[in-house]
Design a protein around this ligand. Structure first.
Ligand code: GLA
Length: 387
């Protein structure tokens, strides 16, 4: 990837100057879905696939962007004096949003850049290609201009840009998992105060397999914002009977005690998911630490059921992938991962069953849905780096 970028860079942007190359991973969430904006826990890990970037400083304030994934789009030109979201700016709204967010924080970007990206995260897959672009951009700005920001800050800046520049009201999980990624470890993050702990992933004789539905998220972003609003409303209703700051502060028992304060059946189900998913995430990490992989898998399956029935963010494509995975031999657990409404599932599959899993689930999916899914056995990788 790096070699291809270094070859292409002068062809696209011209010769001269120092070209530096960077990487930030994608992420997959093992459990703890739609809990991060409810003050709950999440348990994601960074992947070895991600976004590669090559950059060079300019003498003026121009920004020139090029993606090797969208070569037909050619070079997109902008300027540090025009950091506004624009529909026709496509993916460049992500790096531009991060530049804007740095400036909002008082960091002045001293000069423009030529900026090339090349990613190997499947597009629209729900493995956080946009957060990966955000974090790689933040990391580049830090390294190029010496801005004093921590990796946690990079995550927060990425999230801020996504919320306020790109209009998706996402939580902190994706950017945090990417900025703080660590090889072979997942991150147990408490989103209420950003305290975290790394947990080594020992899957014994099993692997993490991602099944990509190839259903694009489409209206996903607006549905995402809608779920978030439903949870906020449920929280306000609960606050009339119990002094909590977030749904993540409730145990299952406390929820059962107070749930009647939530006046709609739909909002009750949304809140129930947020509360129990948080509890499952805490239990899942305990199970993993105690080497109880089967229990971890059982909690993954329960997470999917709750996302399907209570939170209603799955859809026929993700449900088919998961239900077929549950039928397959050697599957320890399987669930949708990420925002939902399309995207991917994550499964833990015994090594010697992986091929059969891909074949069997792939065939059933094609028959039912009418197009193919893609499968990847993935490795847990580290965070952003200059390469
Ligand atoms: C998306 C968001 C995250 C998180 C997940 C659902 O990936 O970006 O903040 O809310 O959905 O768990």
């Amino acid at each position: 990837m790096k070699e291809k970028m270094l070859k292409k860079f002068p062809e696209i942007f011209g010769q001269g100057g120092e070209i530096r190359t960077f990487f930030a991973p994608g992420r997959v969430n093992l459990i703890g879905e739609h809990t991060d904006y409810n003050g709950g826990h999440v348990f994601p890990c960074a992947l070895t696939i991600g976004t590669y970037a090559a950059v060079r400083k300019r003498e003026d304030r121009q920004l020139r962007f090029y993606s090797l994934n969208f070569e037909k789009n050619g070079v997109y030109q902008s300027s540090l004096d025009d950091l506004k979201p624009k529909k026709e700016a496509g993916w460049t709204n992500y790096p531009k949003g991060v530049m804007w967010a740095f400036e909002e924080r008082g960091f002045q970007i001293p000069c423009g850049m030529d900026f090339m990206l090349y990613g190997n995260i499947p597009n629209g897959s729900g493995l956080s290609s946009s957060a990966s672009v955000e974090v790689v951009t933040g990391y580049i700005l830090r390294e190029l201009f010496g801005f004093d920001v921590s990796l946690t800050d990079l995550a927060l800046i990425g999230q801020y840009s996504e919320n306020h520049f790109n209009g998706v009201n996402c939580g902190i999980m994706d950017q945090f998992a990417i900025a703080m990624g660590n090889k072979d470890q997942a991150i147990f993050l408490d989103t209420s105060d950003l305290s975290y702990e790394y947990a080594p992933i020992h899957l014994r004789d099993a692997k993490i397999v991602i099944s990509c539905s190839n259903k694009k998220r489409g209206l996903g972003d607006s549905k995402y914002n809608e779920r978030r609003a439903e949870c906020e409303e449920a929280l306000q209703e609960l606050q009339t009977v119990v002094p909590i700051q977030s749904l993540g502060q409730l145990t299952g028992e406390a929820f059962e005690q107070y749930k009647d304060a939530i006046k709609s059946e739909v909002r009750q189900r949304r809140a129930r998911h947020a509360v129990y998913e948080n509890q499952r995430t805490i239990q899942a990490v305990e199970a993993l630490k105690a080497d109880q992989l089967e229990e971890f898998g059982r909690l993954m399956n329960a997470s999917h059921v709750s996302l399907r029935d209570d939170y209603e963010v799955t859809g026929i494509e993700l449900d088919t992938l998961v239900e077929e995975a549950w039928k397959a031999e050697g599957v320890i657990g399987s669930r949708m991962t990420g925002a939902g409404f399309g995207g991917c599932t994550v499964s833990i599959v015994k090594n010697d069953r992986v091929d059969q899993f891909m074949e069997q689930v792939g065939r059933a999916y094609r028959e039912k849905i009418g197009y193919s899914a893609d499968f990847y056995a993935v490795e847990i990788g580290g965070g952003p780096a200059e390469i």
